[in-house]
Design a protein around this ligand. Structure first.
Ligand code: PMV
Length: 326
């Protein structure tokens, strides 16, 4: 074999971000924007890493005794995790590309980690899928990125839609999005640190005392109703729950002017629902609309967002796209 191309989907948190930090439930779904990784056999004595998306390049020795530096370290950690599982480390070249904006809450990093793990293990002739793929990719992400929640890696590996609570195994949600409805993501283009927003929101919740607790409990009820709306394909209810969830995120201080503007425009232009997704203070908003309304909506949103894309949700997880012969 000369090489392998594998891909994995990004994710959207549809409901419950931030509230999930204090042990309440959240819903996340896979999206049709994917990270794609190509690995190729080489004759050298290195692992060569290149990410045109991030504009970085590095190479590391086969004994993995050196880190790659910065963003590329995660690939070294994945190789270390694979070595622990008995996989050999052979010379190869890695090229990573992502259709998602980075650091915008769409799970680009986890998707590339999962796609790389699948591509490399396929190159070796023992592809990892499902829970095994998830375990090794998450180990790499965990060491390289501190304490990720695991939502992004789960979605990238397994695809579909999940109901998630910290410390518990995610439960699949059988989401049904009827014909004629679409989701859009709008990227504010504003970068932020998830950690900073999470700390701020926790401080706000703490300050509000019992009132704060009640907002968290209400958010959990919203998640419960949203599972039912997704499973029954009730898009009108789902949309209203999105607006409602956005309001709760505003209450705890996770939104900002750019996100509120997108949500307000969506509401004025007849979208069924909209909310910020992920940490907030920038990053992306997600909008649910009737297909017939998309063009007008997109035109309007593009005046206020750096990127607007129509996406499918609830798509399949990691997959091998292409086997390249020598
Ligand atoms: O923006 P993201 O994808 O990093 O999502 C953050 C989600 C939070 O609930 C705000 C934090 C977390 O760890 O769950």
């Amino acid at each position: 074999m000369g090489g392998v191309v594998a891909s994995a989907p990004g994710k959207l948190i549809l409901f419950g971000e931030h509230f999930v930090v204090k042990g309440y439930r959240a819903i996340a779904t896979s999206i049709s924007l994917r990270a794609r990784v190509r690995v190729e056999d080489t004759s050298g004595s290195w692992v060569e890493l290149h990410s045109p998306t991030l504009g970085v390049r590095s190479r590391i020795p086969l004994d993995l005794s050196r880190s790659a530096g910065g963003e590329l370290d995660v690939y070294v950690e994945i190789l270390r995790a694979l070595r622990k599982e008995g996989f050999s480390i052979v010379p190869h070249r890695v090229v990573v590309e992502s259709e998602m904006p980075v650091a915008a809450g769409l799970g680009s990093s986890a998707a590339t980690s999962v796609a790389y793990t699948l591509a490399y293990t396929t190159l070796l002739g023992s592809p990892l899928y499902g829970e095994n793929l998830l375990r090794v990719s998450f180990e790499g992400e965990r060491v390289a990125h501190g304490r990720p929640s695991g939502i992004d890696t789960t979605i990238a590996a397994l695809g579909g839609t999940i109901l998630y609570r910290r410390g518990e195994k995610p439960a699949p949600v059988s989401a049904r999005i009827p014909e004629g409805y679409v989701f859009l993501v709008a990227d504010t283009g504003l970068k932020r640190s998830t950690r900073d927003v999470v700390d701020y929101v926790l401080r706000v919740a703490e300050m509000m005392g019992e009132a704060g607790e009640q907002v968290y409990a209400v958010a959990d009820k919203v998640v419960e109703k949203a599972v039912k709306a997704l499973e029954s394909g009730d898009m009108e209810l789902l949309g209203n729950l999105m607006y409602f969830n956005h309001g709760l995120l505003v209450a705890v201080g996770a939104s900002n002017l750019a996100l509120d503007t997108i949500v307000d425009i969506a509401r004025m232009r007849g979208a069924l629902g909209a909310k910020l997704t992920g940490a907030g203070w920038g990053g992306c908003a997600v909008i649910l609309a009737r297909r017939g309304d998309v063009e007008v909506l997109r035109g309007e949103l593009e005046r206020h967002a750096r990127m607007v894309k129509v996406i499918n949700v609830n798509v399949p997880g990691a997959t091998v796209e292409n086997i390249l012969s020598k």
